[in-house]
Write a protein that binds this ligand. Sequence first.
Ligand SMILES: Cc1cc2nc3c(=O)[nH]c(=O)nc-3n(C[C@H](O)[C@H](O)[C@H](O)COP(=O)(O)OP(=O)(O)OC[C@H]3O[C@@H](n4cnc5c(N)ncnc54)[C@H](O)[C@@H]3O)c2cc1C
Length: 408
Amino acid sequence: MMAAITAKQNGHQVILLEKMKSLGKKLLITGKGRCNITSSLDMGEFIKNTPGNGRFLYSCYQNYTNHDIIQFLEEQGLEVKEERGNRIFPVTNQSQDVLKCFTKRLKELGVEIRYDTQVTNILVEQKDNVSKVMEIETNQGKIKAEKIILATGGKSYPLTGSTGDGYRLAKQLGHTITDIKPSLVPLESYDKDTCQQLQGLSLKNVEIKLKDKETEKDIYKDFGEMLFTHFGVSGPTILSSSAHLVRYKQIEEKLKCQDILLVIDLKPALSEDKLDERILRDFQEIKNKQFKNSLDQLLPKKMIPVVIEKSGIDAYKPIHEITKEERKAIVKLLKNFVVTIKGFRPIEEAIVTSGGVCIKEINPKTMQSKKVNGLYFAGEIIDVDSYTGGFNLQIAYSTGYTAGLLQT
Ligand SMILES: Cc1cc2nc3c(=O)[nH]c(=O)nc-3n(C[C@H](O)[C@H](O)[C@H](O)COP(=O)(O)OP(=O)(O)OC[C@H]3O[C@@H](n4cnc5c(N)ncnc54)[C@H](O)[C@@H]3O)c2cc1C
């Protein structure tokens, strides 16, 4: 949409081909329906937040910044607000209002939009040993085109239309497609029983760590919210951690060997000593209760039977019989609740696709293919991906704008 708007604004005749019945289906589900539009950080920070080839985006980020998208939306009548973590949202908290800005501008400019039109093939001609785009084949017939911007998205959430068509089209034209993997995706666990027992429990204000058991190295550390699911773990901190994990060396091997541990600190605000003092205080007040009835003040209800089981202490033991060593073991468990990670959920459930059209084959200043003249790329189809925080949509706007300039 951004590419079509930019191309039309620059005087080109534009046809926007969309295989779905409406535009922006993925945009509608962003930010849990609220759309985290972009980030308020400096554009330099966007590169740091883009572990998947961030530096390739330098020119695009300069061409079209977070301020530019905010100004664009404001010009269409949508105000934005900033929330925790530099995240920008529409004041209305509705992603459909962001989509409306795009569709309104497309209409104003008179961009022709063809729905239910799936691009199935791109034909090129050879002139003086150079390939040049010529024609597009769709399920609705052929269209002649001097320039084509391929912005078919990635491979995640296929019901929104992004089924990976663009990878096949680009490959047919001689482009390399790097490994397609899920990123910002929930994680599966070997400890299925534990996770199922805790299913639906959302932990706020916990510290999570991904650890390599073999090297004892911390792979990722974060603070915030996580969620237990029937297959493992999810939630904001877990999704962010997956973007690091997907890039960790020999990850497949490590996962197979059960070497990747998620270590959850359930009480990050308290040191081990302070937590021990706190438990001791609680225990003194309820000396004659059984262990199983002693953790209500400390833990969410669902967590208590799991912690009791993991502690190895008899659930019916009277509190006054709990030894100092046993108490220390409880402290250790609350500061280091371990879930063994088995792998990533399928790409269909990922927020973003890692991998795509190889960046070495795209001119970073214009987004034009280095293999086929007149072919441009924009958005998630390119081998670039960011962390959460509005960065992935900014990639789409910035590369879409740059491609839409149709520079040679
Ligand atoms: C659940 C979820 C939440 C997210 N939340 C955020 C967020 O809050 N902030 C953020 O920055 N990012 C978020 N993202 C990521 C962001 O939505 C994507 O990175 C972004 O939409 C990519 O834009 P795109 O234009 O490249 O691809 P898409 O938005 O996927 O658009 C591609 C379009 O191409 C069409 N298409 C595909 N193949 C063909 C074909 N052969 N012919 C014709 N049309 C075709 C599709 O139907 C689709 O309309 C989220 C993603 C998901 C899944």
